[in-house]
Ligand binder design. Structure first.
Ligand code: GRG
Length: 317
């Protein structure tokens, strides 16, 4: 199956120079990689230390092994591949670590004190099943486990240190946690595109970038490769967030596995709310093109990253 051509291409715009004209579809590319990630995530849960109470282990498994799209692990694996790694095996621990941090952020975000959600990945949220206290601890355990995994399983030790540093920065007060804090404080309430972008760059974009960087570190990437992935990730993170906002307006709850219409219902500022649906969609298309163009220097090995970017425009979950 071929990746769909650019929607604006049909409207007569110049074709974009990207890395691949023909590549397997994103679902095929994902299906070839996610089983390894799923198996490793399960192994990490099975190997939680003896002192972990059974209910905590069960709640961690409930959230971490739920059917997420695994986009961040895929970004890590595909980045390693794009930087010349012959086997993406070396990047699997890093791929699992980014998913653990992402999953922690979802569990905490769903709590009543934050976004107060009752549905995630098609299931009742962690706190609905296990209570607020245990859900907080699930997040704490996952965040900690991510660094344990990097420290123990990324080789060589210099790469493990670099991965810990990158992930700590992306998950910390200046990025993921800071963006969430500004979101909670309603900093975007001024109807200001820049503050909305700043929140999402930290809440969503930073973890996308960290996923790519960790994959690149595991592959021993050079500076040019890091720079290309940085440009790709920045554009992709924003496109993903815009598509997330569009799905909140137009998406289907059953397919998404989470509630829709919450943002608008709460008067939260979103891209469709600020720019309208059509302009938001066109911006997402342009950003995905920008992301794919950034991959040009990486050659054919970056074809799966291109497919992932195109999928962001087509996804229904
Ligand atoms: C609690 C520190 C802290 C941060 C929470 C994750 C998050 C930050 C907020 C969730 C709401 C939000 C901003 C969503 C933006 C896009 C996003 C992160 C969507 C969820 O990611 P997907 O669609 O989810 O990749 P799956 O379940 O497929 O992994």
């Amino acid at each position: 199956m071929l990746v769909k051509s650019h929607p604006l291409g049909a409207a007569g715009l110049l074709p974009l120079r990207t890395v691949s004209a023909t590549v397997a579809s994103f679902p095929q590319l994902a299906a070839a990689r996610t089983p390894r990630v799923e198996a490793s995530l399960r192994r990490y849960v099975d190997r939680l230390p003896d002192g972990c109470p059974e209910q905590l282990r069960e709640a961690i498994a409930y959230s971490l092994l739920a059917p997420g799209k695994r986009l961040r692990p895929l970004l890590a694996l595909m980045a390693a591949e794009a930087c010349g790694s012959d086997s993406d095996e070396a990047a699997v621990p890093a791929a699992c670590a980014v998913e653990m941090v992402h999953c922690y952020s979802l569990v905490h975000d769903d709590l009543p004190a934050m976004d107060d959600d009752d549905l995630r990945r098609g299931r009742p949220t962690c706190h609905k099943v296990y209570g607020d206290g245990l859900a907080i601890l699930v997040g704490d355990a996952l965040l900690t486990l991510a660094f344990d995994v990097l420290a123990h399983d990324v080789r060589p030790a210099s790469a493990a240190v670099a991965c810990c540093r990158e992930l700590a920065r992306a998950a910390g007060a200046g990025q993921l946690v800071g963006g969430q804090a500004d979101d909670l404080a309603g900093v975007d309430a001024a109807n200001d595109l820049e503050s909305l972008k700043s929140i999402h760059r930290r809440k969503t974009g930073a973890m996308f970038l960290a996923s790519l960087r960790l994959g690149a570190i595991c592959a021993g990437a050079n500076e040019d490769q890091h720079r290309a992935l940085e440009d790709y990730g920045a554009a992709l993170g924003l496109a993903f967030q815009i598509s997330d906002d569009l799905l909140d307006v137009e998406g289907n709850e059953a397919a998404l596995g989470k509630r829709v219409g919450k943002d608008a219902g709460r008067g939260k500022l979103t891209y469709p709310g600020l720019l309208g649906i059509e302009e938001s969609r066109q911006w997402a298309v342009a950003l995905v093109d920008e992301a794919c163009t950034a991959l040009a220097g990486l050659g054919q090995r970056a074809a799966s990253l291109e497919a992932l970017a195109r999928y962001v425009l087509e996804r229904d979950r």
